[in-house]
Write a new protein. Structure first.
Length: 316
C-alpha cells in the first residue's frame, strides 16, 4: 500500500480556547498514522482568519513547541470559506499529496481521518466526512439544515447530504479546485463538481469542546443564500414563472370584472383591489431582491479582487 504526505488544514477565527486541545489530538493522530504506515509525513496548518483574540500568538507558540504545526495569518477577516481556501491553495502548491480540511472546534470526529487516508492510498481523490445524524443540533438548526439540503437539491445543486467542509482531497483535486476563478465561494457545492473518484466516511458529530459557534442564525442564513445563488439560476426562472402566473390571473380577473359590469352586477372592489396591490407589490419587491442578489454577485466577480492577503506565516 502506498503512503502519502498529509496536511490537515484548520481555519481559525477566535479559537484560542480550543487550539491546544486540537493540536494535542491532531498531532497525536498524525503520529499514530505515521507509526502504522498510513502516512509518510503529517502536518497541521492553522489559518488564522484575522482573529481578535490570542489565536495567532498561540499558533506561533504551538509551532515553536511542535514541529508538525504550521501557521498562516491572514491580514484581515475574510470569512470561513475564504480562509479555508487560503489553506487549500497553499496545500495545492506544496509537497503534500493530500489535505484534510476540518474545523478547529473538535466537533468533527478526527478518528475517521485514517479511513479517509486509507481510501486516498487506494486511489480515491475525494473523501467526504458525512454526519450520520444531527442529534447534537437544536430542533431549529436540525430542521433548517434538512430544509437547506433539500432546497439545494431541488435547485439543482450537486451537494452531499449532511456534509460540511470535513473532507480529504488529493493534490490533483486541490490543483483543479484552485483553478476556479470565482470569488463567491461555496466549497461544499464546488468540490462535487470536480468529478474525480469520491467516497464517504460516516461519523457522529460531537459537542463543541470549548468556545462559541462562529455561525449564528444570521450567518447561517447568509451562507444558505450564497449557496443557492452560487449554484442555481432557478430562483430567476421562478420569478419568470410567477410573473406569467400573475399575468394569467390578471387576465382572468379582467374578464370576470367586464362580464360582471356588463350584467349590471354591483362590483365592490376596494378591498380586493388593495389586497391585490399589496400582494403584487410585495411579489415585485421580492423579485427585485432576488435579481439584486445575482447582480451583487456579478459585481463582486467582475472586480476580481484578491481573496485574501497573508500577513505572517510560521514553520512553512
Amino acid at each position: 500500500m502506498n503512503t502519502i504526505k498529509l496536511v490537515i488544514v484548520v481555519p481559525c477565527y477566535n479559537e484560542e480556547e480550543v487550539l491546544k486541545e486540537t493540536t494535542r489530538q491532531l498531532s497525536g493522530l498524525l503520529a499514530l498514522m505515521e507509526n502504522e504506515g498510513r502516512i509518510e509525513d503529517g502536518r497541521i496548518l492553522y489559518v488564522d482568519d484575522g482573529s481578535k483574540d490570542a489565536t495567532w500568538p498561540l499558533i506561533e507558540q504551538l509551532a515553536g513547541a511542535n514541529p508538525c504545526v504550521m501557521g498562516l495569518k491572514l491580514a484581515h477577516n475574510v470569512g470561513h470559506q475564504q480562509a479555508l481556501w487560503a489553506g487549500l491553495e497553499w496545500a495545492a502548491d506544496s509537497r503534500y499529496d493530500a489535505a484534510v480540511s476540518i474545523d478547529a472546534d473538535l466537533q468533527d470526529d478526527i478518528n475517521v481521518i485514517p479511513e479517509m487516508v486509507d481510501d486516498c492510498n487506494k486511489g480515491i481523490d475525494i473523501v467526504y466526512g458525512v454526519r450520520k445524524e444531527r442529534k447534537t443540533d437544536t430542533f431549529f438548526k436540525r430542521h433548517t439544515a434538512q430544509l437547506f439540503y433539500k432546497l439545494m437539491r431541488t435547485m439543482g445543486g450537486d451537494i452531499v447530504y449532511n456534509h460540511a467542509d470535513f473532507r480529504l482531497m488529493s493534490r490533483r483535486t486541490l490543483q483543479a479546485l484552485v483553478s476556479y476563478p470565482e470569488r463567491n465561494l461555496f466549497l461544499r457545492g464546488i468540490v462535487p463538481t470536480l468529478g474525480y473518484p469520491s467516497a464517504s466516511v460516516y461519523y457522529d458529530r460531537k459537542e463543541r469542546f470549548a468556545g462559541e459557534s462562529k455561525y449564528p442564525l444570521t450567518k447561517m442564513l447568509n451562507f444558505a443564500l450564497d449557496g443557492i445563488t452560487s449554484f442555481s439560476v432557478k430562483p430567476l426562472r421562478l420569478i419568470t414563472t410567477a410573473g406569467l402566473v400573475f399575468m394569467l390571473t390578471s387576465v382572468i380577473a379582467i374578464i370576470y370584472a367586464l362580464s360582471a359590469f356588463a350584467s349590471g352586477q354591483v362590483f365592490p372592489g376596494w378591498t380586493s383591489l388593495l389586497i391585490s396591490v399589496w400582494f403584487i407589490g410585495g411579489a415585485i419587491l421580492t423579485a427585485i431582491g432576488v435579481i439584486g442578489e445575482y447582480v451583487g454577485k456579478i459585481y463582486k466577480e467582475v472586480k476580481h479582487r484578491p481573496r485574501y492577503f497573508i500577513e505572517k506565516e510560521v514553520n512553512l
